[in-house]
Design a protein. Structure first.
Length: 216
């Protein structure tokens, strides 16, 4: 089946620029308001950008079709890139779970919940918009599909942060303010735990798609 690599690269470039925007916003704001959760979200987006660039590079290599320099099927690169992406995401999830446990055991995290709530709202809406857009254009492209899944995970992470900081703001008007520092690491724990199954499923699927037969 014919695949438009020009359009594929266009959507991948859009994903890269969108991820870079959220990464810069999250990292800068996280440092300014001293929020480890927002900073983590920004760093997660930054790593997503690196993975998106890897997808873009793979799309360009596949398009060239140089059999003399790459004697195996070009489409084999697609599942390889997908595996690399989801292994990285799997490691991020494990790191997030460890960080969340550490925070819970050390008394939680203090942060400016008002600014964090605003950031998480913007991030959730923006990530959801990118996910819907890429999902509509993925067609038969595994790379675009992986990008869409990545934005879906970004959306879920941002939504979890949004819920956590909304609860924290609500609790700030009650007598349960001592609970506030425990909210965001708890939400990270829940979100990262949910994410663990996605990389495992996608890595298994990509391994089944790999073909090692050289092109005649």
């Amino acid at each position: 089946m014919h695949r438009s690599y020009a359009l594929e690269k266009k959507w991948l470039q859009m994903s890269v620029f969108g991820g870079l925007l959220f990464a810069i916003l999250g990292i800068i704001l996280g440092l300014l308001i001293q929020s480890q959760m927002v900073l983590f979200d920004g760093l997660y987006s930054f790593i997503s950008v690196i993975l998106s660039l890897l997808s873009l590079l793979a799309a360009q290599v596949i398009e060239k079709g140089d059999k003399s320099r790459f004697p195996y099927r070009k489409d084999m690169l697609e599942p390889v890139v997908i595996i690399i992406k989801y292994v990285a995401i799997l490691l991020l999830c494990v790191t997030a779970i460890y960080s969340a446990f550490e925070a819970l055991l050390s008394g939680g995290r203090e942060t400016n919940v008002s600014y964090a709530l605003l950031y998480s709202l913007i991030s959730t809406v923006g990530c959801w918009g990118m996910y819907i857009f890429l999902k509509k254009h993925k067609k038969n492209s595994g790379l675009i599909g992986a990008e869409a899944n990545q934005w879906r995970m970004d959306t879920l992470l941002s939504a979890a942060v949004l819920v956590g900081f909304f609860i924290a703001v609500a609790l700030s008007f009650t007598s349960y303010t001592s609970v506030i520092p425990y909210i965001d690491p708890l939400m990270v724990l829940v979100a990262a735990g949910y994410f663990l199954k996605i990389p495992v499923v996608e890595i298994t699927r990509a391994l089944k798609q790999m073909k090692w037969h050289p092109v005649n």
